[in-house]
Every structure is written in C-alpha cells, then in structure tokens.
Design a protein around this ligand. Sequence first.
Ligand code: PLP
Length: 455
Amino acid sequence: MNDTVKYLLDEPRIPKSWYNLMADLPSPPPPVLHPATHEPVGPDDLAPLFPMSLIAQEVATERAVEIPAPVREIYKLWRPTPLYRARRLEKALDTPARIYYKYEGASPAGSHKPNTAVAQAFYNKEAGVKRITTETGAGQWGSALAFAGALFGIEVQVFMVRVSWDQKPYRRAFMETYGARCVPSPSNETASGRAVLAKDAQHPGSLGIAISEAVEVAAGREDTKYALGSVLNHVLLHQTVIGQEALAQFEIADDYPDVIVGCTGGGSNFSGIVFPFLGIELRGGRKVRVVAIEPAACPSLTRGKYAYDYGDTAHLTPLAKMYTLGSAFTPPGFHAGGLRYHGMAPLVSHLKELALIEARAYHQTKCFDAGVQFARAEGILPAPEANHAVLGAIEEALKCKEEGVSRAILFNLCGHGHFDMQAYIDYFAGRLVDQNYDEGELAMALAGLPSVRAA
Ligand SMILES: *Cc1c(COP(=O)(O)O)cnc(C)c1O
C-alpha cells in the first residue's frame, strides 16, 4: 500500500440506488405530526412544499431506492469521492490505529450537500417546478442548491442568515455565480421576516427564522417549492451514496471499520456514511461502533430532550419527534455554522434512543487544534464542522494507543474549509472563545416545547 492510498472506484461502482435504513430498523421512528391537528401528516399536507416523488421517499420502506440516471450522470462529476488512509496523521499521533477518511469536500460546492441538492433539483424539475426556495446558515447548503439549480435550469432563492451574509461575502458571490438570488434573513420579503424585524431591526437571524421565510414563500406560490439540506428522511437517504462507496472501498482495501465518526448538525452527512454500515449490523452482519460529534454550544443529542418539536421558529413546519433544544433556542456564537440547528434528524434521534449510536460534544478550540494538526499531516484543510469529526477520530486513535490495540477508524471529512478562513484567522489570533450555551435560555426553550398527546 502507498503512503497515502486513494481507493478510486471505477465508474460502474457509483451506487445505483440509495440505501433506505427504514427497511432494516427494529422499529419505525414515531410519525411526523401536523402542526395544527397533531395527527400524522399525509402526503397532501406536504404537497405545497415538496414534489410528490420526494414525499414518497420521505415514507419509503423499500431497502433500495433507485438513483435516476440523470442524477447518477451528474454524480460522476465528482463521485466516487476518494477514501484516504491517513498514514501521516497516524504517524504524527504515533497510534497503532488505522485511520481512514472519506473526502466529501471533493464535490464542486466543497461539501457532501450536492449529493442531495442534485437529487432534489432533479425531482423538482421533473414535477415542473420553476423556483426553489431555501435557507442557508454557513452557506454550504445554499451553494450546493445553487449549483444543482444551475444544472437543471431552476431558479434558486436563498434566505441567508444575516450574520453569515455579513461575515461571508465570498459565499454569497459563490451562490450568485451559479445564478441564485440571495436575501439576508430576516428580510422584508415575508410576513415571518417582517415580524422578527418589527421587534428587532438589527436581528442577526437564525436558521429557524430563515426556514420560516423560505417555507412561507414556497407555500404561497404554485410554481415554487422548498428544499431542505438536512434532517428529513429523503435528505439522509440521498447521502447514503457516501457509506455505500466507502463499503466498496473498504472491500478493495481488505479492511472494515471498527468505529465510524461523523459530525452532526442536522445529521445528514453522519447518516450518509453510517447508515449502510448500520444496515449490515441490523441484518445480522458485522457490528460497528458509531460516534456522533456535536458542538458543545449547540448540543441537541447530548443535552436536548427527545420530544415532538417544530423545525422552525415561526412554527410553520410539521412536528417531528427528535432530540431538540427547543425551536426558540439560539446558540451562542461559534464558527461551525452548519452545526447550529436546534434539532437532530428524527432518524438519527431514533437511533440514539435505540442505543445504536453514541454522541459526544466538543468545544470549538479543541476542534480547530485537531483540524490544524490534520491539515499539517494530510494536506486538506477541513471545514469547521468537519473539525469536530477530525477530533473525534483523533480521540479514538489515541484510545487505541493507550490500549495498545489497532482498530480501523473511519470518519467523514464532510467538507473543506476554503470559505471559512476567517475562522482560522480568528483561531490563529487566539480570538476563538469556547462559549457555553445559556442554561436559562435552554430551560426556557425546552419549556416552550409543544405538548403533544401520547408523544
Ligand atoms: C451542512 C454541513 C454540516 C452539517 O449538516 P449535517 O446535515 O449534519 O451533515 C456539516 N458539515 C458540513 C461541511 C456542512 O456543509
């Protein structure tokens, strides 16, 4: 084996179908409920927001969902993504562990998000949709959807959280290059945006508010739908190309992961790499330890409550049972913008309830220490979100060293950090602060959870 091994698969090894974990779960996750009636939502409730094909995937139970040929054709622009053996990092850590990482930063938008953006744009195009609205926090999802919209000739309108809009002009220019229209959120273009601005004209915005705005616009227009970049079942489904490729690549490498580590914001990149391996375990095959890493400043899996909650601030979305900090929760400032969501994907939350996965929370400074160590050993500069996974993998590798055992550790390097250099500038200047969330604010947000009968 070379020093750095890049297991590239030939083209036919790009998966032909997405893997649906629903088929192998010992019990299904609780149903999603209508926000007004608290009855399970039906396809018609979601029809104003999503094309029927995606709604069908939201509740699909078959194990394999075919990837449409045009989507697979576009995947070939960057898939399969490489699986690397981190030999130099292993050496730097002086660990007997075998560390592998799947590099999703190889996509045109620089993260795993185009895996679902392209699929969602395809199904919307097929349904005759002219415009897609969405929200973006750090800008990764907006960039991915803007890229996908350009390929399928669909207009994309992105509500970008105001602080990111101010701090990340390059992200906005990136989206505009693909032809998307960006609006800082809260904005004057929606009732939910105007309501927030009326109370605070300088409001920095939040993902929850931006979702409300994007949903409001889509619900009010016949030719417009909404797209979400994480959390929902169909998004997690599309991401499973990551883990399926990794399985094939491990076969070529003649190895198998003992531990898989991923960072979790809404849970999609984590699910993408983990679900195919968990499926094997659930079907009676080889077991794998799975560790989700989240930011200590927004710790839904480790400090949240498993309860029904809204996906957005204005409570326009259905209720999903998930680990949540409360839809009113606003995390303190930290640099991993993609990990600032108040809830966790219902499917990932369900796995935590079933004790099929573990979760840990880290503060950002330690994550950047790990990211810089990784960049100096392996050459790739990770996104601040990905730094959480890097640290998780390093901790597992150091545990191997302590115990004197060699285990295979796989982590998802979900994106590069080339648009996040201000975060690195702040890190090197010693300006990163590890802020704890406000306990009082969390208690208040949790007290505001909707009461749902028999939940
Ligand atoms: C969006 C994003 C995340 C968080 O979203 P998940 O759905 O949890 O994957 C993490 N890393 C990167 C690079 C992202 O762009």
